[in-house]
Structures are given as C-alpha cells and as structure tokens.
Design a protein around this ligand. Structure first.
Ligand SMILES: Nc1ncnc2c1ncn2[C@@H]1O[C@H](COP(=O)(O)OP(=O)(O)OP(=O)(O)O)[C@@H](O)[C@H]1O
Ligand code: SF4
Ligand SMILES: [Mg+2]
Length: 335
C-alpha cells in the first residue's frame, strides 16, 4: 500500500490535492498550538505559511510529518495522496517520510548528528532506506552534495557538521531531505539564521530544486518578502489558525485581513523606507486562552464589539482569496 502511494504519477497532473489538511488541532496540555487548520496543497504547488513566532507554523509542519510526540495530542485529518496520516503507525509513517514527505528543520545544527561525518549521514539514507551498496550510496551522496552547491564534495564527505558554515549545513540538510525524491518538501524557516547573501543562495536553490523535480513545497517563514521568493500561494496564520489565504502577490498587494496588513507594515522587505515600519501593537495571545471571538481583536485597529463576541468565518473576497475577518470584503475593497 505505502509503496504504491509513494510512486510519483507521471507529470503529477492530478486534480486531487497531494496534501489535504482538515480541522487539524495540536495541543500540549492546556496549550493550543494549532487550533483547527484547513489547507490543501496540489501536486507541484508552492505554498508559504506566514505568521509571527508561536503562531503554530512549525507544529503544523511536524504534525504533517507525524512528529508530534507525547504529551502533544493531534486531532483532525492530514491526508497525503488520499492516505490518512493521523493515527497511523510509526512504521507506516516512516515509509512516507523521505519519498513521500520530507522536512528541512528550523535549526540545521540540531538536525545533523554532531558525532557522525556528513558523508556517513547522507550515505546511510541510501544504504538503509534503499539497501544500496556502500559504493553506490557514496556516489549518490557526492552527486547530491554537488547538486546543493557543496564545492569539492568528495573531499568533504569525512568532515563533521561543525566543520561547515551555517549556510553549508543548511544545504546539506536540504540534500538529505531531497535524497529520496520527496513529492512534498516542508522547509521550516531554512534561512532565518543566515546572512542575507547566504539566504538568497538557499532560496534560489530551493526554488530551482522545486521547479526541476516538480515536488510540492510548504515553506514556513515569518518573512513575507522571503515567502514571495519561493512560493506562489500564501497562508497567513495567527494563534494557531489560518486567517487569510490566496495567491501570494495578490495578498501582498491587497491584503484582506488586518493582521496580514499589520505583518506587511512591520516587514522591512515590504516597505519603501525603514521610517514606514510599524511594529504590530500588543502581544500574541495566551496559548491557553479559549476565544469566543476573533483572536486578533485585542491588537486589531479595526476591531468593533462584534469582533470579540463572534468568531469570523472565512469570507471569499475574490476568486481564490479568503479572509477570516468580519470586514474582509471592506478591507479587500480598500474601504
Ligand atoms: N514540544 C512542545 N511542548 C509544549 N508546547 C509546545 C511544544 N512545541 C510547540 N509548543 C507550543 O506551540 C506553540 C507554537 O509553536 P511553533 O513552534 O509551531 O511556533 P512557530 O510558529 O513555529 O514559531 P517560530 O516562528 O518561533 O518558530 C508555541 O508557542 C508553544 O507554546
Ligand atoms: S474580525 Fe474584527 S478583530 Fe478580527 S481581524 Fe477582523 S476587524 Fe479585526
Ligand atoms: Mg517555528
């Protein structure tokens, strides 16, 4: 079953979503990390999840990978190519991780094992998962390292993670994630700790790999300018919920949610001059709070009484554009 589902259909032209998340919730005791997310990703599509720190972006990625460990509790549905992943056995999920869904984690230093050489960590993927010979695996490891921009890979196979720069480690993490040719790559803030030049190189690499291989991409970031470089579609998260979604450039030019507008105003990549930057007022909400109305209300410049009394549903403001705000249409229309 699992091997069947992991085969990439020629051209990936299916009209069915590759990943379909519905009503996803993740709790750690009284902490609501994710409060009900719906999100579809089509084969080959690139989607960015944008939100402030603590909004539940990484937890969403980990939940898709089946990596929420106790005491974390997952509810809702995560379907990958029609296969339900929530509640699936660890052995079955392991078969999906790699050729089905792969993830580049937020901190590359934590993701790599410090006591094993880079070469042995990449080679092991092929010897363990594909039962390849050591020689064949070594050759593929060298090819992969070259593909992600490691110069002289043969001479670097025996080096340890700490002997690589942050940017190079991130490239190696990307190489390991794409080793088994995943149909969906989740990249969780892969450039946050890197300087601007190195960041640009990594974003270019991810876009190129995505285009060349036709894999779908779920890119997690708190920076809309970065998201625009790799993704076509945007999903904005606030307090564990999706509050706006649509084609990324449309949302950028015409946000239909006050939180998205506030994010744009606070992002150096989105304003013409630093003097236009406006930090978002207030603090993200308490993760253990239970909301009766809109979670953004205490920080929202547009809030009225109804906002804290009734939670807004999604409003379709234009084709492919949705916003969870009582004033979504007015926002979209510039009123
Ligand atoms: N292992 C855990 N145990 C308890 N609570 C957790 C755990 N992991 C995440 N959380 C809670 O879930 C919330 C969302 O975490 P998450 O890591 O998804 O945020 P994020 O949007 O990725 O933020 P950042 O931009 O800082 O990476 C956190 O604020 C935290 O309270
Ligand atoms: S529903 Fe009200 S509080 Fe929430 S974002 Fe819209 S205007 Fe602001
Ligand atoms: Mg995170």
């Amino acid at each position: 079953m699992t091997t069947e589902i992991l085969k990439r259909p020629a051209g990936e032209t299916s009209a069915r979503p590759l990943l379909s998340i519905a009503g996803l919730r993740v709790r750690y005791g009284r902490t609501h990390a994710v409060r009900g997310i719906d999100l579809d990703i089509m084969p080959g599509e690139s989607v960015a999840i944008l939100g402030e720190s603590g909004s539940g972006k990484s937890v969403t990625g980990k939940a898709v990978m089946g990596l929420i460990n106790p005491p974390g509790k997952v509810a809702g549905s995560v379907e990958f190519d029609g296969m339900q992943l929530v509640g699936r056995s660890e052995a079955s999920l392991r078969a999906v991780r790699g050729p089905g869904i792969a993830m580049v984690f937020q901190d590359s230093l934590d993701a790599l094992n410090p006591v094993f050489s880079i070469g042995s960590q990449i080679i092991e993927i092929f010897t363990v998962r594909l039962s390849w010979s050591g020689q064949q695996a070594r050759e593929e490891a060298i090819r992969l390292m070259l593909q992600v921009g490691i110069v002289n890979p043969e001479s670097r196979l025996d080096d340890y993670p700490h002997q690589f720069s942050g940017g190079m480690r991130q490239r190696i993490c990307i190489a390991m994630a794409i080793a088994l040719k995943p149909r969906l790559l989740i990249a969780d803030e892969p450039t946050t700790a890197l300087d601007v030049t190195v960041q640009a190189g990594i974003l270019k690499l991810i876009s190129q790999l995505q285009r060349d291989s036709g894999m779908a991409l779920l890119f997690v970031t708190h920076d809309l300018a970065v998201a625009r470089q790799v993704a076509r579609k945007l999903v904005v998260m606030y307090a564990g919920r999706v509050v706006e979604r649509g084609p990324i450039d449309d949302v950028f030019h015409r946000p239909a949610h006050p939180y998205t507008r506030a994010l744009l105003g606070s992002n150096p990549g989105s304003v013409k001059h630093w003097s236009e930057l406006k930090p978002i007022a207030g603090n993200p909400p308490d993760k253990s709070a239970v909301f009766t109305g809109c979670a953004f209300a205490p920080r929202c410049p547009r809030a009225v009484r109804m906002c804290s009394e009734r939670e807004p549903d999604f409003v379709t403001v234009a084709d492919g554009r949705q916003s969870r705000c009582h004033f979504a249409q007015e926002m979209f229309d510039g009123r």
